[in-house]
Design a protein around this ligand. Sequence first.
Ligand code: ADP
Ligand code: MG
Length: 724
Amino acid sequence: MPLPQALSAPQRALLKLGLGRDIDLALHLPLRYEDETRIVMLRDCREGDVVQIEGTVTACEIAYRPRRQLVVTVDDDSDTCVLRFFSFYPSQQKALAVGTRIRARGEIRGGLLGFQMVHPTCRPAGVELPQSLTPVYPSSASLPQAYLRKAVLGGLGRADLGSTVAPGFEQEFGLAAGWDLRRALSFLHQPTPDTSLAALEDRSHPAWQRLKAEELLAQQLSQLQSKRERAALRSPALSPVRLKPQGDAAASMPLLLHEQLLAALPFQLTSAQRRVSEEIARDLATTVPMHRLLQGDVGSGKTIVAALGAAIAIDAGWQCALMAPTEILAQQHFGKLIGWLEPLLAPRGQRIAWLTGSQKKKERAEMLRLVASGEAALVIGTHAVIQDQVQFRNLALAIIDEQHRFGVEQRLALRGKMTREAEPSPRRGRAGEGASTSTASAVCAQREPHLLMMSATPIPRTLAMSYYADLDVSTIDELPPGRTPVVTKLVAESRRDEVIERIRGQLEQGRQVYWVCPLIEESEALDLTNATAPHEALAAALPGLVIGLLHSRMASAEKKAVMSLFTGGQMGVLVSTTVIEVGVDVANASLMVIEHAERFGLSQLHQLRGRVGRGAAASACVLLYSTGDATRLGQTARARLKAMVETSDGFEIARRDLEIRGPGEFMGSRQSGASLLRFADLATDTELLEAARRLAPQLLDQHPALADKHVTRWLGGRQDYLKA
Ligand code: ADP
Ligand code: MG
C-alpha cells in the first residue's frame, strides 16, 4: 500500500520502518550508544578511544595537501589534538575560529604528529552534558537520528506499557526483580552513564533479559493461539470405514485404494515410513485440521508416504491436491503417482489432474473441469494449483512438497481452497455413510483441508520449538535399504581434466552423471550463459556422447524432452543449473559434479547431492571450487564445503547450516513479512525459550485477555504470517 503523500519524509520513513504505533516506537531499541556524558582529558586518551574533549581552538586553516581540508588544533591544557574535515561549510569554519572554546567528539587516532580526530562532531563548549548515554537507533537515510530519538521518546511516553504477564513471570524466567517492561524500556533508551556497555552489548543486562522473555512469550502465545484456532476449525474426518464383508461378497470386494497401493509397491515400506504414515492417518481420521510437517532426508522416500495419504483421502471420497515448487518436480511426482495410482484409479472411474503454468489453454480447461467435477481424485501441479480459476469439488487434503520454497501467501491460498459446502462424493465414497454424518456436524464450523507439508531440510530443535511450535512434525529417520553412501570430494577447479576423465569412466560403465552450475546473482536471465559455457566445454571434451542441457529459460516442452532422455537413460550427462535441485529421481546416476560449489548454500548442496546414491552403485559427489577463489574463500563458504565432506546426515547438515547462517536466513519464506525474533537469540536464549514454552499455555488458559493484549502489543498485525 503506498503511503499518503501528505506525510513528511521522516514520517514516511518511520512508517516504512514499521514504527506506526507508540508501542512499536517504544520497542525500537538502540543499536549502540555514544557516551556524551563525560569530557575526557587528552592526556588520558588512548588511540582508538571514542571520546569527547573540550578545549580552545589555537589554529584553524585550510590545507591543500594531500587534499583540501580544514585543519583545526584544539588545546585542552593537558595536550593538543588536530581535527581534520575533508568536507566543510564556511559556517563550520567560522564556528571553529581561533580562540573559540569547543567540544569535539570522535575517535582518537595517534600518529607521529600527536592526537587527531577525523570529522569529529563539534559543538560549542559549555552546553550541559546529557545525563544518559546517547542511543543510536537503526534508521534509514531519510530519518535523522535526532528526529528518531524524539519520536521514540514520544512513543515511549505515550505507549501503554501496563503489565500483560501474570504474577510469577519473573521467577519462571529467572529475571531480576524490579525490571518491569516500562523500566526496562526506559533504561535501554536512556541508560545511565555508569552502565556497563558490555552488558548492553551482549544483552545480558536485566533490562534486555526482560525484553527477550516477553518477546519469546509473545511468540509462543501466538503459535499456541493459532494451534487452538485451528483446532476449532473442522476438516472432514478421513477414515475409510470398511463395510462389513458378508458371505461371498467378501471375496469379490475390492480393497481400499491405499491397501491396493501398498500391495502393488515393488518394495516394502521402511519402518520409519510405516510410522509416519500411521501418524498421518491418525491425524486424517479426526476433524481437527492436520497441520503436519513430514521431514525426511533427501531420498528417504517421502513421496510414497504422500501417496498413501492421498489414497486415504480418496478412499473416503474426497479430493487431494499435491503442489510442488517447480514443474520438473511436479512432473516427477506426476510420473510416479501415475505409475502407482492410475492403474488403481482407472477401474473406479477416477482420474489424476495435472495443472501447471505452461499448459495449453485447451488442456488446462479440461483439467479444470476434471477438478471441478470431482472426477479427478488427485490434482498435481505447481503454483497453478492455487490459482483462482481452480475450483475443487471437495478438497480434503493438501500436500505441499518442499514447503520452504513456497511463500506464506501460497500456503494460505491452498488452505482456502476448501469450500464450505464441500462434501464427499457419494459415487465413490466407500466410507460414504461414516463421512456424511461428520459433514452434518461440521457444517457450522469453518472448514479447511488437512495440510501436509514435506521438506528434506529438517528443522533444528530450537526452531521447531519456536517458529514452528504450531506444527506437528513427523520424521523419516531411515533411508530405504540398499543405498550406498555417497563419497564427497573437494576438487580444485584446476583439476577439472581429472574430473572429466572420471565422468568418462562412469559413462563407460553405463552410469549417468549430473553437472550442476550455479545461478549467479539469482538472475534467471543469466541462467542461460551460466550453463551453456560448461555444456559446450563438456561436449567438446567428451565427443560422441549425449550431453544434455537444462536451464530455467528453456521452453517447458524442451525441458520435458531433455528430462525424459535423461530419465530414460539415453542421455549420459545432464548439465543444468539448479532446476534439478529438488526431487529428480534417476537411480542410475552415480556422479554429481557441482561447479563453483562455494557459491551454493549448504542445504542446497545437500539436496543436490541427494540426487545420486539412489541405486546400488557406488556414487560420488565432486565439489569443484575455483582456485582463484580458494585463497579468498570466505569463512562461511569454507565451513559449508567442510560440512559437506564431513557428513551426509541431513540433521547434522541442518544444524550446521543454522550455525553458519543464523535463523533469519534459515527460515526462508516463512520470514517474509513476518517478524523474526528481534531481541532474543535462539542460539543463546534456550533457557528463556523453554520457560516461554512452559508459561504460554498457562497464561492463555488462565488469563486469555492478558495473553491477547500481550500478543497484540508485541506482534501487532504480523501474527497471521507466523501462523501460515
Ligand atoms: P524423497 O524423500 O527425497 O522425496 P523419494 O520419495 O523421491 O524421496 O524416494 C526416493 C527413491 O526411493 C524413489 O525411487 C522411491 O521409489 C524409493 N523408495 C521409497 N521408499 C522405498 C523403500 N521403502 N524401499 C525402497 N525404495 C524406496
Ligand atoms: Mg521428494
